[in-house]
Design a protein around this ligand. Structure first.
Ligand code: C2E
Ligand code: MG
Ligand code: MG
Ligand code: MG
Length: 295
């Protein structure tokens, strides 16, 4: 056995490590100029009212079209942006682009009930001292009513920097921007944080939606989350709805809104134009609202 853990194995390991380190360094290098290179864009995933089927919002999701590597997932480059601090200028661009888009959508949908746009923000961005001021400036620059912007934060943000983050979130909330707790149930926050922090909406993580079966423990957890949220005047959005059965189950659990591939994948505003311009004559309860139409 000892023979195999010798020099040769070490060399292989070294090589693999070297590969991944240089890939990571290359990623970091091109991330440094990504804004200048115009490599980022935002896609948007519709969020629907579970009962009426009306679109109530969009979640913005950043995309990186890399010149040689093709599309790079945010799950791969956002962590690098966070570690290097590049998330601050990149996050600022995302916020501005989202606000430009809100302005554009308002123009497209004159006379129709406005929809909000949710932007994912990292801990590092909110921790930046100028963040609230930046937020106010961007809203003003793009003439966006604060009510049309939501910020999605994660449980780790609240758990790891509790003191000044409370004050920061309160100031954001006072601007009129809603705060949505993303991926709820996957982190380590306790349910009591819903009460301690100004959180307007809970987003139930996709993993619960994917796992729960009628009558099982996961369904009980989701039910408990929804009931508690409602008692605290907090709305609930379910993430990652992929099947009509999941949709039906979540409706029965009294979930307010949902998003997922069943309704629509994340798309560009141009691709979503028909959906955004659609005005429903009777926004009444229609159990058969057309999730397939937007595919
Ligand atoms: P998230 O905020 O929880 O976003 C939801 C992710 O689930 C998105 O992945 C979305 O495309 C995907 N998704 C939506 N519906 C379904 C479904 O029905 N089935 C499945 N399997 N997946 C679904 P995406 O776009 O790859 O983003 C991954 C994560 O990267 C996001 O998770 C978020 O944490 C982060 N991210 C994305 N955009 C930004 C951004 O602008 N800023 C920051 N800080 N983070 C971002
Ligand atoms: Mg999100
Ligand atoms: Mg999420
Ligand atoms: Mg997620």
């Amino acid at each position: 056995r000892a023979k195999f853990s010798g020099k040769h194995c070490l060399a292989v390991f070294d090589h693999a490590m070297h590969e991944s380190m240089s890939r990571r360094l290359a990623l970091e290098e091109s991330l440094r100029t990504v804004l200048k290179d115009g490599g980022l864009r935002l896609d948007f995933q519709p969020i629907f009212d579970m009962v009426t089927g009306d679109i109530v919002g969009l979640e913005s999701l950043v995309r990186w079209d890399h010149a040689t590597q093709g599309l790079i997932s945010p799950a791969d480059f956002i962590p690098v942006a966070e570690e290097t601090g590049l998330i601050v200028p990149i996050g600022r661009w995302i916020l501005e682009e989202a606000c430009r888009t809100i302005h554009r959508i308002s123009g497209m949908r004159r006379g129709v009930k406005p929809i909000s746009v949710s932007v994912n923000v990292s801990k590092r961005q909110i921790a930046d001292h100028d963040f609230v001021e930046l937020l106010g400036d961007v809203l003003q620059t793009y003439e966006v009513p604060a009510e049309l912007l939501n910020l999605e934060i994660t449980e780790s943000l609240i758990m790891e920097t509790p003191e000044d983050i409370t004050e920061r979130l309160t100031r954001i909330s006072n601007l009129g921007v809603q705060i949505h707790m993303d991926d709820f149930g996957t982190g380590h926050s306790s349910l009591s944080c819903l009460h301690r922090f100004p959180i307007d909406v809970l987003k139930i993580d996709r993993s619960f939606v994917a796992t729960m079966q009628p009558g099982d423990d996961y369904e009980s957890i989701v039910h408990a989350i929804i009931t508690l949220a409602h008692n605290l005047d907090t709305k609930v959005i379910a993430e990652g709805i992929e099947t009509p059965r999941q949709l039906q189950q979540l409706r029965e659990l009294d979930c307010d809104c949902g998003q997922g591939y069943l309704y629509s994948k994340p798309k560009s505003i141009d691709e979503l134009e028909d959906l955004l311009l659609e005005v429903k004559p009777t926004p009444s309860c229609n159990p058969a609202f057309g999730f397939e139409r937007y595919e």
